[in-house]
Every structure is written in C-alpha cells, then in structure tokens.
Ligand binder design. Structure first.
Ligand SMILES: Nc1ncnc2c1ncn2[C@@H]1O[C@H](COP(=O)(O)OP(=O)(O)OP(=O)(O)O)[C@@H](O)[C@H]1O
Ligand SMILES: [Mg+2]
Length: 344
C-alpha cells in the first residue's frame, strides 16, 4: 500500500516561505497531477516527497509511515525528472538495469525484469543501442524503465515531457497513462501543461503561490472551477471572465464594478447564439479559424472576449458581433474573494 499523506507541509528558504502548509491525501494507486504557474512550488513539493529537499515543518507519510527523516533511498519511490539522466556510455539494457543496481537479485532475475520493462515500454528492439541512437521519446522511456524496474511504491514525475516535441508528448501522455493502468502504482506528476493534467490525471491539484487552490477530478475542475485563477488556468482557450450584472434574466457586462464576475468558456459563448445566461456584444478584433470551429475575438466594452463561431463563418475586424451562452454554462464568482458562487 502506498497512499501518500501530506499534513500541514511547509517549506521555507530562510525567511522566504514557498510552501504554506499543504494538506493532501493521495490514494494508493491514484494518478495525481500537480499543475500551476512557474514558481508556485510544484517541484519543491515533489522534492520533499522524494526526500531531496528537507521539510521545514509538517509531515509526509508514505504507506502510513512518516518519512520526514528518511533518506531518499529508504522511501521506496522512484523519480523521473525533466532532464532525465541516462548514461550515454551505457546501452538501453544497461541503463534500465541500473535501476536494479542495489537489488539483491540473481543475474537471470535482473535480466528478466529489464526485459519485461523494455517490453512494456516498447524498447525491446532497442535494448542494445546507446542513447545517442535514440529519439527523445525513446530516451524518455529508458528513464522511465529504469524507475520502473525498481517497482517502487510510488513514481514521482517532474515535467518529464517538457523536452519533447508536441507529437512525442502526445504519444508519451498515452504511454504513461497506459503504464499506470497496467502497474497500478501511485503517481505524483508535475506539469504546467494543463492538457497533460486534463488527459492523464485521476485528480488534478491546482497550486498557486505555495498553496493548493483546488484538488478534484479533471472534469470537476473543468465544469466547476472553485475560483477565478483555476477557471482561467484550466481549459484552452482560457475562460472569459468579466464584471457582470443581471438584466432581463441574463447577465450582461456591468457598468462600473459589477456585483459578480461572470465566466464563460469560449466554446460555450456562441456568436449569434440565443443562450439566455450571458449576452455580450462588441467589435471584432481578430478571428482564428481552427478547423472544427472559428474563434472570434472581440471587445465587450473594455474587456477582450473570445467566442466560438461555425467552422466556415468569417468576420471582418471592426464588425459588430453578438454572442450568448446558455445559463448552465455561466460560472459566477465573488468579485471580492474571486471564489465560485455555488448555484442552487
Ligand atoms: N534552493 C532554493 N532557495 C531559495 N528559493 C528556492 C529554492 N528552490 C526553489 N526556490 C523558490 O521556491 C519557489 C517554488 O519553486 P519550485 O521550483 O517548486 O517551483 P515550480 O512550481 O516547480 O516552478 P516551475 O514550473 O518553474 O518548475 C520559487 O519561488 C523558487 O524561487
Ligand atoms: Mg518545477
């Protein structure tokens, strides 16, 4: 069993506190993805889990055991970094076997474990090559293979795909997810790519400034973001958010401060639509034909807004457009706290 528990976890560098008392339970076998902007404390959290950074206060438990004082080696977890270090002078087979360096296994057992891992990762035909003869994605898989053979209680990944091109990244997303389904090992995974978070996570943990804003399933976060930051951070293109007031049953842009912040995803804000939740009007600044739909950028008064139009709809800059969203696609936030206002 390798559930991971963080209790009031704090990390300070001198007088500068970068993690402000995080509480989180990761279930045994769960795939949790930490997301957040640069500097929010994702790597620091992972490094404390791994035992590479000391905890300032609070507690980390892995499999029920407090590990604060344990060496990285004693924690039974394997970490894969962004700049995965694989040895250039060793073959794929030797690189993977390096993960078994300290294991008390016979040669035959080690060989079998390495070959099993290679098979799962699609590396069997490459076992005798050196890293210089591998693609970026293949090297990445070697690094994962080396972590895998240790069969750790948990895997920690820190932006493992950020060096790869878009296509390889998409492929590796699927492979890592399949690997998790197969091994069922607990995974804590850091990224600032919200597509990775949405597609791979059982649960997303949104961090900002050393705090957890929301921890929930991807769809829960997408459909019900708990605050303005999370609403904007998850989802591409970003959610439109503007001060609004009720008028004739729908929300419209507020004159002045406004009583609420209304949020709507571009995909739900339809140019020429008849939704009765939010109505906006303004001058087109640009459009982006994406294929399946056309994004239309316009100014709703002083606020730039993005809406969705049909695949073949075309607009001129300066042209006036109207867009509307249905009631159930409008998210409301308190302007003072920026927290979601629950709707009954
Ligand atoms: N050794 C250190 N000494 C002082 N401050 C540090 C140290 N390491 C990290 N920090 C600070 O801690 C904060 C969190 O850093 P961390 O590396 O965890 O961010 P991150 O969320 O992983 O960001 P990124 O997405 O850029 O990797 C940052 O403000 C960083 O400057
Ligand atoms: Mg980092």
């Amino acid at each position: 069993m390798a559930q991971i528990e963080l209790r009031k976890l704090v990390k300070s560098y001198g007088r500068n506190t970068v993690i402000h008392g995080i509480d989180l339970d990761i279930a045994d076998g769960e795939f949790v993805v930490f997301v957040g902007p640069s500097g929010c404390g994702k790597s620091t959290t992972l490094r404390m889990l791994a035992g590479l950074d000391e905890v300032t206060s609070g507690e980390i438990r892995i499999g029920g055991r407090v590990v604060n004082e344990l060496d990285p080696k004693a924690r039974d977890i394997a970490m894969v970094f962004q700049n995965y270090a694989i040895y250039p002078h060793l073959t794929v087979r030797q690189n993977i076997a390096f993960g078994l360096y300290t294991a008390r296994l016979s040669k035959a057992e080690k060989r079998k474990q390495v070959e099993d891992a290679a098979a799962i990762l699609g590396l069997t035909p490459l076992l005798d090559r050196r890293p210089s003869a591998l693609s970026g994605g293949q090297r990445q898989r070697v690094a994962i293979g080396r972590a895998m053979v240790r069969s750790p209680a948990a895997f920690l990944f820190d932006e493992p795909l950020s060096n790869l091109d878009a296509q390889l990244r998409a492929q590796m997303r699927i492979e890592i997810k399949a690997l998790h389904a197969r091994l069922g090992t607990t995974i804590a995974y850091v990224t600032h790519d919200q597509v990775e978070a949405m597609t791979m996570a059982d649960r997303i943990v949104v961090m900002k400034d050393g705090r957890i804003l929301q921890a929930a399933t991807p769809m829960e976060i997408y459909d019900h973001p708990g605050d303005v930051f999370t609403a904007r951070f998850i989802g591409t293109p970003s959610m439109n958010i503007l001060a609004a007031q009720a008028e004739g049953g729908a929300y419209v842009p507020a004159q002045g401060a406004g009583r609420v912040l209304a949020g709507v995803r571009p995909h739900d804000l339809i140019v020429g639509g008849d939704g009765t939740g939010l109505r906006l009007e303004g001058q087109v600044t640009a459009m982006e034909p994406l294929g399946p739909e056309t994004l239309v950028h316009f100014m709703a008064g002083p606020v730039p807004v993005t809406a969705s139009a049909g695949a073949h709809d075309r607009f001129e800059a300066g042209q006036t457009v109207r867009a509307a969203a249905p009631v159930d696609k409008v998210h409301l936030f308190d302007p003072a706290t920026e927290l979601a206002i629950p709707r009954g």
